[in-house]
Design a protein around this ligand. Structure first.
Ligand code: ADP
Ligand code: MG
Ligand code: MG
Length: 249
């Protein structure tokens, strides 16, 4: 599904990713852990195609195709989805309207017909129920005045509607109480499928009690310094990241 080889990325002449390699297989949930500032968010932005980053070396293969030359919208059309650490607020645009335009933009990019309103409503309703999102919330401006948990649920709702093949969750757990964490995790778990992979970025082990990963990768100073199974997350929780700073040097 996703294969990253020797990725080197600068922001404003500062080296952020420093020869990062990572493989995520079809149907796999891969957790990325690591201290603050190790480059986790940068990695997710570079995969999604956000500008501001200078890629100096390496490749990101999605099903064998190097996506580094593609626009963010083209990557999205190929099934890449990034749930933000800090979801954007869009005053004046009803959440429902936003969701419909995002979904139809994706369909257009894939040469598919627009959804009819009843079909769209049916899909939203079903996904919103799973995530315990109130219909009233969908009429409000996107994310404006939403609590942290509500914003994260809205990100997962977008993900459920878009049915991406490669999902990146960047610290979706930050700022969530335990109930919201459980709901978000259930939403993600419901989407787990053999043709869909996840990159779950988290600073803490807690989320991984709910979204149990197949693999865990530790990032330090812009590269993956260790990979293992889900037990690696528990080891990190117990011992912290200190050992890994040296590995990256
Ligand atoms: P993480 O998500 O692991 O906490 P980030 O990817 O957010 O790490 O950041 C990695 C490093 O890149 C940090 O040292 C951060 O200060 C730096 N950085 C991130 N964005 C920018 C930017 N726009 N300009 C300059 N430095 C940045
Ligand atoms: Mg951070
Ligand atoms: Mg981050």
């Amino acid at each position: 599904m996703l294969e990253i080889n020797n990725l080197v990325v600068d922001i404003e002449d500062k080296r952020i990713l420093n020869g990062l390699s990572l493989t995520v297989n079809d149907g796999e949930v891969a957790a990325i852990m690591g201290p603050n500032g190790s480059g986790k968010s940068t990695l997710s932005y570079v995969i999604a195609g956000k500008e501001d980053y200078t890629v100096l070396d390496g490749e990101i293969l999605l099903n064998g195709e190097n996506i580094l030359e593609l626009e963010p919208s083209e990557r999205a059309a190929k099934g890449v989805f990034l749930a933000f650490q800090y979801p954007l607020e869009i005053p004046g645009v009803a959440t429902m309207t936003f969701l419909k335009s995002v979904l139809n933009a994706q369909r257009k990019a894939r040469d598919e017909d627009e959804l009819t309103t009843p079909d769209f409503m049916r899909r939203v309703k079903k996904a919103a129920e799973t995530l315990e999102i109130d219909q009233e919330m969908l009429k409000r401006a996107l994310n404006v005045g939403f609590s942290g948990g509500e914003k994260k649920r809205m990100e997962i709702l977008q993900m459920a509607l878009l049915e991406p093949s490669f999902c990146i969750l960047d610290e979706t757990d930050s700022g969530l109480d335990i109930d919201a964490l459980r709901i978000v995790a259930e939403g993600v778990n419901a989407l787990r499928a053999k043709d869909r992979s996840f990159l779950v970025i988290t600073h803490y082990q807690r989320l991984l009690n709910y979204i149990v990963p197949d693999t865990v990768h530790v990032m330090s100073k812009g590269k993956v310094v260790r990979s293992g199974g889900k037990e690696l997350a528990l080891e990190l929780e117990a011992n912290g990241y200190a050992d890994y700073r040296e590995l990256a040097a």
